[in-house]
Structures are given as structure tokens and as C-alpha cells.
Design a protein around this ligand. Structure first.
Ligand code: 1GP
Length: 251
């Protein structure tokens, strides 16, 4: 395995992790702010920065946001692509993900084939990941042609997660969708965690210390927050929110 994946595994031996997700489209006219958030995140105890989004997260804007983050922090930058357009040569790693419950083969293997040579050429570390959309799924569910897993059907999520592991994926991500009104239910997190052996990432709709704590208690290894930090209003407020979410994650 590569450097970033080894870093994740080493850290997980000691504690649960928190990743901040930045959507390049939200920083198109203020790339420097992505750098500021990354610097503050590193100081506050975040473990990695993810970069990606469903719309407008490609090309020059993506490159510039990744570069700004790399210039302001030493945290690993992991791409979280919406398609093969979400690849930047300036990133350290990429979640090489398959939206397993999409109804459209493009999001399961098509975009991956279109992006594979570029990942190799750039030397960005691919980390194979099973990506599952849970209700409501928000923008990524709609764009990704997902058949979102019902919130009260944890077994479906567990079956897909285990299938992902058996297909060779080394991470499982349960996604309620960015800005979801409720995070992934703890019962679903618990059942998925019970059946898989690879680390479990949970994101979408996590805004508070309590919600982060609940997800970790249920079995999440890595918590992702985007909206709560991005839309904080000020860097100071973002830091406050991050501190409390990290308390929820690390205890
Ligand atoms: C979205 O899971 C991430 O892909 C984060 O979601 O923006 O709701 O924190 P939020």
C-alpha cells in the first residue's frame, strides 16, 4: 500500500480520524481561503483534507485549490472525485471509488476507466474505496444516479459494504449526501462495521460534537465534515465548530 493509506492505518491504531472535505467550486473566487482553512484544520487536529465535489470541481479551480492547501499545510490531500474530471496532479492520493449502488455503470466502472491512466501518469496514490449512497443522498445521489439505500434498511448497506470488501476495496464510505438533514443512522453504521474488516468512513450531515460522537460510538473509523466547516461564516467560527467535532471524534 502507498504512503497515505499507510498513514491512515497507522493513525487508526491509536485513534479515530477526522477529515475535512473542501469543494473546489465553493472556493473558485477565493482560492486562498481553502489554504487558510487547511492551515487552521491542521492546527486544530484534523487528519487529512479531502478535495472534491459533484459540480464545478474540475480543471484549473481544482488544481488551484489543491495547490493552495498544499502550500499552507502538511496534511495529506486526498481527492474525492465526482468523476474522472476530479483528478489533480498536485494531490497526494485519490479515493479510487466506485459508487456501488448507482444504477449507471458510468459511476461504477466507467469514470474509473477514463481516469485510470491519468492517475498512473500523475503518480497520485489510488486508494480503492466502496462508496455507498444512503438516503437522502442529496446532490451526489442525484448526479450519481444512485438508488439510495433506505435509512431503515441497514442490512442492504452491510451487504453492499461486504461485497465491496470482497471485490478488493480497502475502505467503505457511507454517504448521506453533503448537507443532508440527518447523518447516516447509527444502527446502519453499527451493522456495516460488524460485517467488514476494512476501515469505515461516514459523512454527510454531521455538524455537531454529539453527531460525530454518535457515529464513532456506532463504529465509524473516519468522520468527514464539509458543509459545517465551509459554511461557518468566519475562520474563527469554523475553528470553533471543528474543535467540537474533533472532541466528538477523538473523545
Ligand atoms: C459529503 O460526506 C461529505 O460528500 C460531507 O458532507 O457537507 O454534510 O459535511 P457534509
Amino acid at each position: 500500500i502507498g504512503k497515505v493509506e499507510a498513514y491512515i492505518h497507522e493513525k487508526l491504531e491509536k485513534e479515530k480520524l477526522h477529515f475535512v472535505l473542501l469543494d473546489p467550486d465553493d472556493f473558485a473566487d477565493k482560492v486562498w481561503e481553502a489554504g487558510e482553512i487547511a492551515r487552521m484544520s491542521e492546527e486544530t487536529g484534523v487528519d487529512a483534507i479531502m478535495v472534491g465535489g459533484s459540480t464545478g470541481a474540475e480543471g484549473e479551480v481544482l488544481d488551484n485549490v489543491v495547490k493552495a492547501i498544499k502550500e499552507s499545510s502538511n496534511l495529506p490531500v486526498i481527492l474525492f472525485p465526482g468523476s474522472h474530471g476530479g483528478i489533480s496532479k498536485y494531490a497526494d492520493a485519490i479515493f479510487f471509488m466506485s459508487l456501488l449502488n448507482s444504477t449507471n455503470p458510468f459511476f461504477i466502472t466507467g469514470a474509473q476507466a477514463l481516469g485510470a491512466f491519468q492517475v498512473k501518469r500523475y503518480g497520485v496514490e489510488p486508494i480503492p474505496m466502496a462508496y455507498l449512497i444512503i438516503e437522502p443522498g442529496e446532490t451526489v445521489g442525484w448526479i450519481g444516479d444512485a438508488k439510495p439505500i433506505p435509512r431503515h434498511k441497514p442490512k442492504i448497506a452491510a451487504a453492499y459494504a461486504l461485497a465491496g470488501q470482497y471485490l478488493g476495496m480497502r475502505l467503505v464510505y457511507l454517504e448521506a449526501g453533503s448537507g443532508a438533514p440527518q447523518p447516516v443512522p447509527p444502527e446502519m453504521i453499527a451493522l456495516v462495521k460488524k460485517v467488514i474488516d476494512v476501515p469505515l468512513i461516514v459523512g454527510g450531515g454531521i455538524r455537531s460534537e454529539e453527531q460525530a460522537k454518535t457515529a464513532v460510538k456506532a463504529g465509524a473509523d473516519i468522520i468527514v465534515t464539509g458543509t459545517a466547516i465551509e459554511k461557518a461564516g468566519s475562520l474563527e467560527e469554523a475553528k470553533n465548530r471543528l474543535e467540537s467535532i474533533i472532541r466528538g471524534v477523538k473523545g
